[in-house]
Each structure stands twice: as structure tokens, then as C-alpha cells.
Design a protein around this ligand. Structure first.
Ligand SMILES: NC(=O)c1ccc[n+]([C@@H]2O[C@H](COP(=O)([O-])OP(=O)(O)OC[C@H]3O[C@@H](n4cnc5c(N)ncnc54)[C@H](OP(=O)(O)O)[C@@H]3O)[C@@H](O)[C@H]2O)c1
Length: 297
């Protein structure tokens, strides 16, 4: 197939493009800048110039491709709600344009769109009040025959080159001289290696199941304290509980995520698709993939 990949220069999207190529697919990568376009061309990918903030500029690529995997996202967390809404608008435009075709549209969502503190399963829809749930609204187009699906990613997608939450936690621990967790630190984060996640995106685009919500989750619930302890060990700093009322001071913009209790099942995904994670655990990756090098921040 010829597949449009948005976010092809990103941490997840680049793993997706590597996996797609290994499976023999042709890729058109979305690029919003000349430097991103050049980076994609250097990797031998075709380029479509467009911007996720301008849906029509992405829709215009659809005639050139057989399917879409959407991993691009604007991670400016100071505009998180607006960025989630923009994601919804883009996906709505893409799904509308795909009506009457058999082309799959696989997008990215997150496991934290279901209620905190409860086991998250693929059967549960996204809760309206959670901003990123906007990325799943387009699944409704499955009712009109569009091959829509989402891959929900856990808060930690790990691997060499990670620039997301765990590196941010490591930077905070360096800054404070202490690795923190909130309260008892028993709140749970699911996790997956990015290469395992990439395989699931590819499975989802090759075998469309309209309306499906896949969970790319290898580890269903690592106590946050375990992550904090790995950071303490990696940096040689103490590991301490942070009281709830000091969480904002210690974690800043990450406080909301550090408090999340998100135990997650991927049983339906595994049984339905045959997907099974093959890569190392989060803690193994943190110790083996340069997370504590100063260059990794
Ligand atoms: N990494 C994680 O731990 C994690 C965890 C949970 C969920 N996720 C989700 O997984 C998806 C991929 O995340 P990631 O970690 O791969 O992100 P990333 O490394 O920050 O990459 C973001 C990608 O989006 C592209 N992009 C951003 N704004 C754009 C715009 N206006 N127009 C076109 N392209 C744009 C970037 O292209 P440029 O080359 O132009 O910068 C880049 O390719 C996102 O939906 C993210 O929320 C990631």
C-alpha cells in the first residue's frame, strides 16, 4: 500500500515508517517545513507538504494514498485543549473526505481518555471531559462505512530518542536533586516500547476494523514510585514522596500526568490482532537507551 504518515519525523511516527517499509509499503510523509521535508527525503520517503493546523492541506494528499496513519500532534501543553480540538477537526475533515472509499484512517489517541483509577479497556469510549478524547470523535464515521480506528498510547512510549514524559521527569529530578512521586506513588502508568507500538499501527492499517480502539500497552500498570526509583538510581539522587499540595511546585506542567492512575488492559487488542510486545520493559529501556546521558535531554 501507499500510506500517508503524519508525524513521520517524530518519535512514534519514525518508528511507524521504519516498520511500514520493512513490510514493503510505500510512504508519503507529511511535512510542514522545508527542514522536515528534507529529513524525510534523506530517509528516502516521498513528501506531501501540509500542516495539521490546516486540514485541507492534509486532505489534499488523500488522492495519492491508499491509507493514512496519523501520529502528528502539537505538543505545546500550554495550548493543550486547543491542540486536541485541532486534532479533532483534522480527523473529521479526513474521515469526511474518505467517505465512500475503503481507505483506512488510523489515528493516535491515549489510554488516559478513560476514567482515572479504573481499569481502562478497549471497550470503553473516551470520556468527554478529557481534552484528548477529541482525537476519538472521528470514530463515529465508522457508522457511515469509513475505516476509522485509533491506537491508544500509554503515557510512556519508551525507546532511544524519547523526549516525552520520562525525560522530563529525569530533568526535574536533576533540577530538584531528588526524584519525586506523589503521595504513596502507587498510582499506575502503563507503558510500551515505540517499536512495539509501531507494529500495532501497521497491523491496524493492514487489517482495518472500523471503529476499533487498540491499546498499544505492553505493561499494564507500573507504579509511579517504581519509575521514580529508577530515576533516583539512574541519577544517584534520593527518591521522595511529594505531598499532593506540593505536586504543582515539584512537577509543574507534569503534575496532572504524574498523578494519573491509569491501569490498562490490552487483552482485546492482543486476542483480536495477535499483537504481542517483543521489546524490553520501561525500566530496562531507561537503563539501556541513554535516558541518563545528559545528551538525551
Ligand atoms: N511519545 C510519547 O511518549 C507519547 C505518549 C502518549 C501519546 N503520544 C502521542 O503519540 C503521537 C506521536 O507522538 P511523538 O512522541 O512521536 O511526538 P513528537 O516526537 O513530538 O513528533 C510530533 C510530530 O508531529 C509533527 N507535527 C507537529 N506539529 C505539526 C504541524 N502543525 N503540522 C504537521 N506536522 C506537525 C512533527 O513534525 P515536525 O518535523 O514539523 O516537527 C513531528 O513529526 C502524538 O499523538 C502523541 O500525543 C506520545
Amino acid at each position: 500500500m501507499r500510506i500517508l504518515v503524519t508525524g513521520a519525523t517524530g518519535f512514534v511516527g519514525s518508528a511507524v515508517t521504519n516498520e511500514l517499509r520493512q513490510r514493503g509499503h510505500d510512504i508519503v510523509g507529511l511535512a510542514r517545513s522545508e527542514s522536515s521535508a528534507n529529513a524525510l527525503r534523506e530517509r528516502g520517503l516521498d513528501v506531501h507538504c501540509g500542516d495539521i493546523a490546516d486540514p485541507e492541506s492534509v486532505v489534499s494528499a488523500l488522492l495519492r494514498v491508499d491509507a493514512v496513519i496519523h501520529t502528528a500532534f502539537d505538543h505545546d501543553f500550554s495550548r493543550y485543549v486547543e491542540n486536541c480540538e485541532a486534532d479533532s477537526q483534522l480527523l473529521d475533515a479526513l474521515a469526511r473526505a474518505l467517505e465512500g472509499t475503503s481507505k483506512a484512517l488510523v489515528a493516535t489517541s491515549v489510554t488516559i481518555v478513560t476514567p482515572t483509577g479504573e481499569l481502562s479497556t478497549e471497550h470503553e469510549g473516551a470520556v468527554d471531559q478529557i481534552p484528548r478524547s477529541a482525537s476519538e470523535a472521528f470514530l463515529g464515521y465508522a457508522d457511515t462505512g469509513v475505516q476509522t480506528s485509533v491506537v491508544r498510547l500509554p503515557p510512556t512510549v519508551h525507546g532511544a530518542g524519547d523526549t516525552a514524559f520520562v525525560p522530563a521527569l529525569i530533568a526535574l529530578a536533576r533540577e530538584h536533586g531528588m526524584s519525586g512521586y506523589i503521595g504513596s506513588g502507587t498510582n499506575r502508568w502503563p507503558a510500551v516500547h515505540r517499536d512495539d507500538a509501531a507494529r500495532l499501527f501497521c497491523d491496524a492499517v493492514e487489517q482495518p476494523r472500523p471503529g476499533a480502539r487498540y491499546h498499544a500497552v505492553a505493561e499494564g500498570g507500573i507504579p509511579f514510585r517504581t519509575v521514580a526509583e529508577a530515576i533516583g538510581q539512574g541519577l544517584g539522587v534520593p527518591v521522595e514522596s511529594v505531598p499532593n499540595d506540593r505536586a504543582g511546585f515539584h512537577f509543574g506542567w507534569l503534575a496532572m500526568f504524574a498523578a494519573i492512575d491509569n491501569p490498562t488492559s490490552s487483552e482485546w487488542t492482543r486476542v483480536t490482532t495477535g499483537w504481542a510486545p517483543r521489546e524490553g520493559t520501561l525500566i530496562e529501556t531507561m537503563h539501556n537507551a541513554g535516558y541518563f546521558d545528559t545528551r538525551s535531554e
